[in-house]
Design a protein around this ligand. Structure first.
Ligand code: DON
Length: 566
């Protein structure tokens, strides 16, 4: 009997020991680099950035080359017909940001997307020629090049031209995204752009884009004017006229990117730099970090009920502020200092209860779940001298307006949907807005893009950012607290399950598999309405490790992202 008991005991021990080995948390490491790192959403864009760095280009050169390469290999978000934001930190500690966000065309009107009953015409603001703002990407890249470029403009565009001219292979995810959009491509284009394929796209199909190659060559030869004047501008204007859009030649000529001071904040001894309005990202991120500090999230169980309750309550308040106070600062006085101050935020979070979600009787229930498509992209670059760039760029929706400019081979954005077409009515990300973000000719629509750089003791620490519409801000927030508060490496922080709340709709979104049933029950007891879904987190980031080496993190679990360093 004794022998049998011992045998059973040993068997149990064997299995439980084995089990605990299997389930023991793995320290996941990202790509390693001694002095340089590139993390983007496509291996060919990462290779382009590395090539530029190896040639002696700096992080800004690499960023420009990556932006153009992404317009070829990642057409749903990489673009020359969209816009974005860049946060740059030079090795000497100078931090600056460039706003190359799209602008409302001069003929835009406040109520242009409302029908006669005052309802928002969603199809008009999200698809087709009227959905586009004046693109800012090429002017943005030109401004970056003029200020910081080391290599010639021509060298930076060459890789993109080669990729467009010689072709590249479709990844499975991109093939799928092209297939998902076939109806929209057919509905909004007056001709058959290459993206239309009745047989459907497959992984491994070769994509050659001769028209885009000539457009890029024209930009290569003529700099900024290669897009805003001459043949490419003519093609764009013709597209507008024939398709019923309103972007004019004057809108193109007048487009200017803007150098802006970063939003700067402090978090647990780290200094955080992020994007100022017209992105809401920087301000909202600083508010979230204040919330994390106020409740000391780092001392709670990661993604446990207590942490998620407080995090959600903070997020609801921050997004409520976003909907009222934020807009293009050139048109609306944004109370930035007030919104990021400790005093304001601590007072704002002081009515958060421990056991109960705050009643939202004053909140108009929004039953629209935020819809996100993989249509923005973020990349992070650190060069061998220590300069860093965090750049987020977008067409807004997947393939933007779905209009491909005839003859020029590039997609136009549908960024007008980031304006508040009508106060209180949600856009495609479920975000609502007010007067601060109303449409005005020449104004920039409010963004959530949050390219961010964090310093530790005056040295570069983290370069981060992500796509994800409304979820961008909370995802960047999680990338920072996962590293600083929960001690994760950057790849681990990226892989970790994400959660998101944005006040309206009144829901706590949790990535599938993010919490167990016990935590779910605990959160529901506190009043949270939980909705499980896929996350649109696709962070590409670089973390400086203790010994000065670089860890590149790329969201390979949720996308084709790839990081590599040297
Ligand atoms: O600027 C913004 O906030 C949006 N246009 C971003 C859209 C986006 O991230 C979609 N991608 N998932």
């Amino acid at each position: 009997m004794k022998k049998i008991s011992l045998f059973i005991f040993l068997i149990i021990c064997f299995f439980s020991c084995n089990q605990s080995k299997v389930s023991a948390p793995q320290k996941i490491k990202g790509a390693m680099g001694e002095k340089a790192m590139v993390a983007t959403t496509h291996p060919l864009a990462t290779a382009t950035g590395l090539k530029i760095l190896r040639k002696g280009g700096n992080a800004i050169d690499a960023a420009i080359a990556i932006q153009f390469a992404l317009s070829v290999v990642y057409p749903q978000a990489g673009n020359i017909g969209g816009g974005g934001f860049a946060v740059i930190r030079l090795v000497n500690g100078t931090v600056t940001t460039l706003d190359f966000r799209e602008k409302a065309p001069n003929l835009a009107e406040k109520d242009m997307y409302l029908d006669k009953n005052g309802n928002v015409l969603k199809a008009k603001i999200r698809l087709g020629h009227l959905a586009s703002g004046v693109p800012g990407s090429v002017a943005g890249m030109w401004a970056l090049h003029k200020k910081y470029g080391q290599l010639s403009w021509s060298e930076l565009i060459n890789p993109a031209i080669n990729l467009a001219y010689s072709g590249h292979l479709l990844t499975e995810k991109i093939a799928q995204s092209l297939n998902d959009k076939q109806n929209d491509f057919q509905n909004v284009n007056r001709y058959l752009p290459w993206v239309i394929n009745v047989k459907g796209w497959n992984k491994g199909d070769t994509i050659v884009q001769k028209q885009l190659a000539s457009t890029l060559s024209f930009i290569q030869k003529n700099g900024r004017d290669g897009f805003y004047k001459g043949i490419v501008a003519d093609q764009l204007i013709k597209e507008m006229i024939l398709g019923g859009g309103i972007i004019s030649a004057k809108d193109l000529i007048n487009y200017e990117p803007v150098w802006r001071d970063p939003i700067k904040g402090f978090y647990r001894g780290y200094t955080v730099y992020s994007m100022a309005p017209p992105s809401s990202g920087g301000i909202a991120l600083m508010q979230l970090l204040k919330g994390s500090e106020y409740f000391d999230l780092g001392n709670m169980e990661f993604n446990g009920a207590e942490m998620l309750h407080y995090k959600t309550e903070v997020e609801r308040r921050v997004y409520a502020d976003r909907s009222v106070h934020l807009g293009d600062p050139d048109y609306y006085k944004v109370p930035t200092e007030h919104l990021i101050s400790q005093k304001y935020n601590y007072a704002r979070f002081s009515n958060i209860k421990k056991r109960k979600k705050t009643a939202s009787s004053e909140i108009i229930e929004g039953n629209i779940a935020p819809y996100e498509s993989p249509s923005t992209t973020h990349f992070s670059v650190v060069d061998p001298s220590g300069n860093a760039v965090a750049l987020t760029t977008t067409l807004n929706g997947s393939y933007g307006s779905c209009v491909m400019v005839k003859g020029a081979g590039f997609f136009l954005n549908n960024e007008m949907d980031d304006f508040s077409a009508k106060p209180g009515i949600p856009n495609k990300y479920g975000l609502i807005g007010s007067e601060a973000n109303a449409i005005v000719p020449g104004k920039r629509m409010l963004s959530s893009m949050t390219p961010t750089i964090v310093e530790k003791e005056d040295s570069l620490f983290l370069v981060t950012g992500t796509p994800g519409g409304a979820t961008i801000i909370t995802t960047v927030f999680q990338s920072i607290i996962n590293v600083i508060d929960f001690g994760m490496g950057i790849q681990e922080a990226i892989n970790a399950k994400k959660t998101h709340s944005q006040w309206l709709p009144d829901t706590l979104f949790i990535e599938n598999g993010g919490i167990d049933s016990e935590v779910q029950l605990e959160l529901e007891k506190r009043g949270h309405l939980i909705h499980f879904k896929e996350s649109s987190s696709k962070i590409n980031a670089v973390l400086v490790l203790e010994e000065g080496r670089l860890e590149g993190g790329a969201d390979y679990l949720r996308s084709d992202s790839y990081a590599e360093g040297f």
